[in-house]
Ligand binder design. Structure first.
Ligand SMILES: NC(=O)c1ccc[n+]([C@@H]2O[C@H](COP(=O)([O-])OP(=O)(O)OC[C@H]3O[C@@H](n4cnc5c(N)ncnc54)[C@H](OP(=O)(O)O)[C@@H]3O)[C@@H](O)[C@H]2O)c1
Length: 378
């Protein structure tokens, strides 16, 4: 597996990392029922295939991701990987809470140390909060105690805030959302280059936009890919666009089958920096503009907005709505919406409390979107 330098650290990561936010599930759509055996198999299969960077977080799968990763990393697997997890900053009320959660995470992960410990999903407000509560002091202490190796952050806000955070502390690594649709979104390519110049390692999340760039792509996008001499899957195009940046250290993908792991390992083993031709770049631009015309709601289905206190299936509804336009089958979306209505989990159940909007890393106007969905599909 291709390895890349992790910023200024004397360490290399596999270019493909495993994101542990989308494990195989027992029942479709049930976010609380991870198929633990399959998930452990998948983690170990990834490591056996050359992946040496595993990324999880306190809230993933309702808190089940970390303990599953902990189990998977037994029997000698822990020593083979860099383990990254994230501090749930939104839960902190006082300075001591940082250490309390870190200790809980170490226990859940059954390890003595975390390699990359990220302040989770920083935006302007969360960064202010973290600073006020003494996050920097906590990180220093945790490093001195040997509980974490490197202080890091993950990010969801605009470039200006990104710059401010990068400049504020000697971070080792940052995790940003990037794919060919999000070139100028949040930190974007500008942020990637800025952090790289400052010596940070850069990990990438949502490289396939939560799978949307890879699965059931619209016919006119597929036609663009078909124009090229070499046949590639849509996932390969998306990964190659990212791997082309020498600044990228590790690309996290939330794979949930061994087939996906195998395909992604194969792609990212070969995808070298600065290797895309002018023609390839042009094709990607073409595909991008077709997508941009079709996607109505730019939800990545990270699921941060759920559970909704009124059970509205927010990411599912957005997916159903987008699919209707992307695949030119609005009637199909209406049929699915009717089934969701029968379960009383549809957009009309929204009471506009706004809790979801506070959690959304994409800052989507969820309430407005839900109203539109009810209007068009209901
Ligand atoms: N810190 C934060 O704020 C934050 C936010 C989001 C994500 N993350 C981290 O970043 C990781 C990566 O993000 P992501 O999970 O959104 O990654 P992603 O790679 O954009 O999306 C993952 C989905 O893509 C599909 N996929 C993967 N490989 C494929 C292939 N070869 N062909 C077709 N489809 C493929 C799978 O869909 P199916 O499930 O349909 O098979 C999978 O669930 C997360 O797992 C998490 O660890 C962090």
């Amino acid at each position: 597996m291709q390895k890349r330098a992790l910023g200024k650290l004397n360490a290399n990561s596999s270019l493909l990392g495993l994101g542990c936010m989308r494990f195989p599930m027992k029942g479709e759509g049930d976010n609380s029922q991870v198929d633990e055996k399959k998930a452990i198999d998948l983690i170990r299969h990834s490591i056996d295939s050359g992946v040496n960077y595993i990324d999880t977080a306190y809230p993933y799968h309702g808190g089940d991701s970390e303990p599953i990763v902990g189990k998977a990393l037994k029997d000698g697997y822990r020593e083979k990987v860099y383990l990254a997890t994230k501090s749930p900053v939104w839960k902190m009320e006082k300075e001591e809470d940082f250490e309390k959660y870190l200790d809980e995470q170490l226990e859940k992960l059954q390890t003595d140390y975390i390699d990359f410990y990220l302040l989770h999903a920083l935006d302007k407000d969360r960064w202010e909060k973290a600073k006020k509560l003494g996050a920097e002091k906590f990180l220093e202490k945790a490093i001195a105690q040997g509980k974490i190796k490197h202080a890091c952050f993950s990010f969801h806000d605009n470039f200006e805030i990104f710059k401010e955070i990068v400049d504020a502390y000697p971070w080792s690594l940052c995790l940003i959302q990037l794919n060919y649709l999000d070139e100028n979104y949040q930190a974007g390519v500008e942020g990637l280059k800025y952090a790289y110049e400052k010596g940070l390692a850069i990990a990438i999340m949502e490289p396939l936009r939560g799978g949307k760039l890879a699965k059931n792509v619209p016919t006119d996008v597929q036609k663009v890919w078909d124009k090229y001499d070499v046949k590639r899957t849509p996932a390969e195009w998306a990964f190659k666009w990212l791997a082309n940046f020498p600044e990228v250290s590790v690309i996290l993908s939330g794979m949930n089958s061994k087939e996906e792991v195998n395909e992604n390992v194969k792609i990212l083993d070969k995808a070298k920096p600065n290797s895309l031709s002018k023609e390839e770049k042009q094709l990607i631009e073409e595909a991008k503009s077709i997508f941009e015309d079709k996607i109505k709601i730019t939800c990545t289905e990270c699921n941060y907005c759920i559970p909704c206190p009124h059970d509205v299936m927010i990411p599912t509804l957005f997916n159903v709505y987008n699919s209707g336009y992307m695949f030119e089958n609005v009637q199909g979306s209406k049929d699915t919406y009717l089934r969701i209505k029968k379960m009383e989990k549809d957009a009309s159940k929204c009471v506009e409390c706004g809790l979801c909007e506070k959690e959304c890393p994409q800052n989507l106007p969820i309430i407005e979107h839900l109203k539109k969905i009810e209007e068009e599909l209901g």
